[in-house]
Design a binder for this molecule. Structure first.
Ligand code: CA
Length: 420
């Protein structure tokens, strides 16, 4: 990717959305409440439905397919990778400083661009299934120390199998939506029987997730060397978790209501193509996993991650965690190869999450459970307030970006406020 690529739209070096990014999302605007596809450059959303209608993508596909004039990205993400790459290249050309088509057509620009501050972002598509892995070894270790055995925190399967569970797709929600504090069965301290109560241990989990592009047929696993052909792009994900409900319900089948009340995702899907310059060598794995999980071209990504909290007393959010996608033990390729190896089919826009992404050091923990050492060390904020878990009115803001040479490829933010 040439870093010298420049757009006629001005983009500051710390913007998440330079011409090198061009992620996809579904938006509506003040003057047009129809949900439709867009991309973002700087702080301007480009209406891709309009660009498609005007025939500016007709060298890539027949505009009557209406891949962008749609309330979801489902039809676009399942297109062949070659078509998607051609669309990306065409958009980069259209937006580049030396191309007059859009730059010099004032009327078209007026119609096609919207200030990001003036649009509403929606779900990027219809999610069929949602899966959540547990791919961060530091997170697994931190929680193992708290709940199992500090000398032997990892379960025996951890270094052999990418552990995951089937989540709930219907409650995946976009950014900037409030989340109602869940109620459920919790067991008070020193009691043996549960009571019905609002959760008093509401937590976040810092995760990233990928969307499936082209799916696979039932009974036909995706071999690990083909996995990246099936991954469309990534978002930041907050897996809201009610720890007190989780603690009582999770035996023996795992989390149920403690996770299914809400899962928030960032609005723009950043494509694998945009992330290519940020490939890094994955973490060493010991022991060597079984052969279906081995891939000599596998990669991780250098994506910097941040979590901030904004209480009602704060003027601006305060960062409480800095982590990195490259801390993950299991890669996306391994997650997807494992997910399908027994024959499970996947479909376009299935959502596959990493699990909480924690690092090894204090300051890089991706949940309040870990930050407060299970509640033993409450977090003190700059306002003097303390937190063990999230209070009503608190907003959690997650963001992620890759730092290039003079530019960033970022994901924007996923925000969510807890209300009583
Ligand atoms: Ca999770």
């Amino acid at each position: 990717m040439p870093t010298t690529l420049k757009s006629f739209i001005s983009v500051s070096p710390d913007s998440h959305f330079p011409i090198q990014n061009l992620p996809y999302g579904i938006f509506s605007s003040k003057n047009n409440s129809t949900k439709r596809a867009g991309t973002i450059i700087g702080d301007q959303v480009l209406d891709l439905a309009l660009i498609e209608q005007r025939g500016l993508l007709k060298q890539c596909y027949d505009p009557s397919l209406a891949l962008f004039d749609s309330t979801s990205l489902n039809a676009f993400v399942e297109q062949p990778r070659a078509l998607q790459k051609q669309v990306r290249e065409t958009l980069q050309k259209l937006l580049s400083a030396d191309n007059a088509v859009l730059r010099d057509d004032e009327a078209l620009r007026q119609a096609a661009f919207h200030a990001y501050a003036d649009v509403t972002m929606h779900m990027p598509g219809k999610i069929g299934d949602y899966t959540d892995f547990y791919s961060s070894i530091d997170h697994a270790r931190n929680t193992g120390v708290l709940f199992r055995d500090k000398d032997n925190p990892l379960l025996p399967n951890y270094r052999h199998i990418p552990v995951g569970y089937h989540g709930r797709a219907s409650s995946v929600i976009p950014t900037n939506r409030s989340i109602k504090r869940p109620h459920g069965q919790v067991v008070p301290k020193d009691a043996t029987d549960p009571i019905f109560s609002p959760s008093k241990a509401l937590d976040f989990e810092l995760e990233m997730a990928f969307f499936i592009g082209k799916g696979n047929e039932l009974g036909e696993p995706i071999t690990i060397d083909k996995t990246y052909e099936h991954i469309f792009g990534l978002v930041v994900l907050n897996d809201w978790s009610a720890r007190d409900i989780q603690k009582w319900e999770y035996v023996p089948l795992g989390p149920f209501l403690s996770k299914s009340f809400a899962t928030s995702i960032s609005p723009w899907i950043v494509t694998l193509e945009a992330l290519e310059p940020f490939h890094v060598t994955p973490r060493a794995q010991e022991p060597t996993p079984l052969s279906y999980l081995q891939f000599n071209k596998d990669f991780s990504l250098d994506i910097q991650l941040e979590v901030a909290i904004k209480t009602t007393k704060m003027i601006k959010p305060e960062v409480i965690c800095r982590s990195n996608f490259s801390y993950l033990y299991w890669t996306m390729a391994q997650q997807l190869a494992h997910h399908t190896v027994a024959g499970c089919n996947t479909q376009p826009m299935d959502l596959i999450a990493s699990g909480t992404i924690s690092g090894p050091e204090v300051g890089s923990f991706g949940s309040l459970l870990e930050i407060t050492f299970g509640g033993a060390q409450p977090l003190t904020l700059s306002t003097g307030e303390t937190r063990v878990y999230i209070q009503d009115g608190d907003e959690i803001i997650m963001t992620a970006f890759c730092q290039g040479d003079g530019y960033r490829v970022g994901f924007g933010e996923v925000r969510g406020k807890i209300v009583g």
